[in-house]
Ligand binder design. Structure first.
Ligand code: BG6
Length: 277
């Protein structure tokens, strides 16, 4: 079952319910801001201070950062423009009683060409079932080759940041974005301060271990992963974030960043995919 709805603050979204899961996807940014398996706690975090307003960032869920992730292109807003724009709903397919697919797209326009002078077609397919998959495909419709960076910037809902660990990034090189230094990850990741790290050469599944459950993350078309938690001070100054909000989430972002940036020639395409179970 699905319904098109609007929040009291004017944000249009699709509400999906099937036997296995439920989810909510805003048309603005094709932003999945809720996903939970039936009778389970949400997998995705959504800030209590995010008021689901038309025209405002949603703090939580899975922002789609495209065609620039972080500050990789100083001419574009941080994390690109796709997360703020209205996408088109292409199709909703109820595959079986446990599985719903939602397909949305976003194409170049006069406005996008002013910000980034390339013609493109971006398609996202969400599959909501016992697993969540998100596939984002970029096609270059321009005559020029373009370079882009991107991320599926997933906010995971956790019981408490003190109680989580992340496995699967051991012995991977990473850039500490706070110091700009390169390091090698030793052991599992735990948190007792701000973390903003870009892992490279990621080729294994990642396991987010919490007190009550384990969440498994598999990435395809991506070998870079950002692990981020703003901790106390930075968290306080962020839009859409409550004072203690940093305790409730960790971001593990499926990316094409730094050395893993992508180049597409005319007509070429690239798909980045995350499967969360
Ligand atoms: C992460 C970055 O991907 O996103 C952080 O590594 C950044 O540096 C965070 O603070 C949140 O970004 P924004 O634009 O959604 O506030």
């Amino acid at each position: 079952m699905y319904k098109l709805k609007t929040t009291e603050n004017g944000l249009k979204y699709i509400e999906i319910t099937n036997n296995a899961a439920c989810g909510k996807i805003a048309i603005q940014g094709a932003h999945l801001f809720h996903y939970a398996k039936t009778k389970e706690e949400p997998i995705l975090w959504l800030s209590d201070e995010s008021f689901l307003e038309h025209g405002e960032h949603i703090r939580g869920g899975v922002p789609i950062c495209w065609p620039s992730f972080g500050f990789s292109n100083p001419e574009l807003p941080p994390h690109g423009f796709a997360r703020n724009r209205m996408w088109d709903l292409v199709n909703i397919i109820e595959v079986d009683k446990d599985t719903t697919e939602v397909i949305m797209d976003f194409k170049h326009s006069k406005k996008s060409l002013r910000a980034w002078d390339y013609k493109f077609h971006l398609t996202v397919k969400f599959t909501l079932s016992k697993k969540l998959t998100i596939e984002l495909t970029t096609v270059n419709l321009d005559e020029k080759t373009f370079k882009f960076t991107q991320a599926l910037h997933t906010y995971f809902n956790i019981s408490n940041i003190d109680d989580v660990s992340i496995k699967g990034l051991e012995n991977k090189p990473y850039l500490d974005a706070l110091t700009n230094e390169k390091h090698m990850q030793e052991g599992t990741i735990t948190f007792n301060a701000e973390v903003d790290a870009v892992y490279q050469e990621v080729d294994k599944e990642i396991i987010l271990k919490d007190k009550k459950r384990e969440v498994t993350i598999n990435n395809e078309g991506s070998s870079s992963v950002v692990v981020w938690n703003p901790w106390i001070e930075k968290g306080k100054g962020m839009s859409g974030m409550a004072k203690e909000g940093y305790k409730e989430f960790v971001c593990i972002e499926t990316a094409n960043a730094f050395d893993d940036c992508k180049f597409l020639e005319t007509g070429e395409s690239h798909t980045i995919k995350v499967t969360i179970s």
